[in-house]
Write a protein that binds this ligand. Sequence first.
Ligand code: TYD
Ligand code: MG
Length: 454
Amino acid sequence: MAKRTLQYVCQNCGAVTARWAGKCDACGEWNTIVEENLGGIGASPKLRAKSRGRVVPLVGLTGETREAPRIQTGLNELDRVTGGGFVRGSALLVGGDPGIGKSTLLIQASAALARAGHRSIYISGEEAIDQVRLRAERLGLSDAPVALAAETSVEDIIATLEAGQPPALVIVDSVQTLWSDQVESAPGTVTQVRAGAQAMVRYAKNSGAAVVIVGHVTKDGQIAGPRVVEHMVDAVLYFEGDGMHQYRVLRAVKNRFGPTDEIGVFEMGGAGLAEVANPSALFLGERNAASPGAAVFAGLEGSRPLLIEIQALVAPSPLGTPRRAVVGWESSRLSMILAVLEARCGVRFGQSDVYLNVAGGLRINEPGADMAVAAALVSSLSGVALPTESVYFGEVSLSGAIRPVAQASVRLKEAGKLGFTRAYVPRANTKDEPGREIEVHGLAELGDLVAEVA
Ligand code: TYD
Ligand code: MG
């Protein structure tokens, strides 16, 4: 009989501890540590050579790997994020909140590949075959020759995959439903999720198929988050968005075969996910003619320029300690901009509440947004609207200097394309060739911006 090996595993981060605790030391979450039985797996088996491994020279790719290592889905936004299509023999994790549209995206992708003649298998552990069919029908994909299976046992899945014609794409929806009879823990626990993912990754490497694993992210820790799977796979994409908005952003957070800063933008509608080819127009939304506190940031997501409206509201505070609230940006960054405006430019926010919002619910990580945020703040405080035909970008340092950003000319071109005629940019960026249609103002200090807009 296999030795019983007990361990305590945090269901949030996968950390293993020797004894149970209320709080995980590794990630700080409460009530996430669960006793798991590894069965025979944890006991280290005696090493013995089963078969001899093979070493091959680095140079001299085989014909097989040289020819089309990537499979393009034809969904341009998805292909952009993966770096040009799914890579054969690799495993990719698509994470996201339940209901965000992961299954919808992947059934659309597998249908597109199946139509192009690639064998695609969609394994659903969450929905019955009829439910998947119904969804496909509603999406107008019922003619696509996708092979469907409703399985949750890892051993059965691998047997099914190995039995038929080898697939080009395998979708496993979701990793939380996988269970292996080699592991005694309940389905959904870290040990099961890890074993299931490992088997699928191994299958991808051995068969040369592209395997896409779906994983739900949940806060409560009951279901093992896909975080434990992240280091096993070759690429990790997150599908984000919120219930209030129709659009979804697909973001690469890890990619062994491509860039990690690309985003793909989709809009969820009655007919599934539609690609949004021009997201700037979407995020600018219906802009009001000249309202105080709104500034357009010419940003960059990966290689793609994106114009985003930043909204600020500065209002007298009824509270002893004024409120500072931010949606879509880092709140520490807002505090820094407020401090620099106060200390270096003499703009006082003292007894005011300050709210900052990135329009459309997008999340910005770029420090290049500093100048647009400062412009929005000063405009709201002074009650003077910024000119609607202007865009702003530039990083603000603690000294109040405006530091250059990458790819200024790409940002300026995008702004020009969308009808903006004026740009406030870091002085160091004015060397970049802007194109004819946009008037560029180079600023060296945050004070220069305040003088321009107030
Ligand atoms: P789903 O792909 O099932 O999400 P996930 O797999 O990430 O849990 O998407 C579910 C949501 O998408 C659901 O709330 C309904 C919505 N939806 C549409 O709005 N239009 C559609 O055509 C489809 C298929 C789903
Ligand atoms: Mg789903």
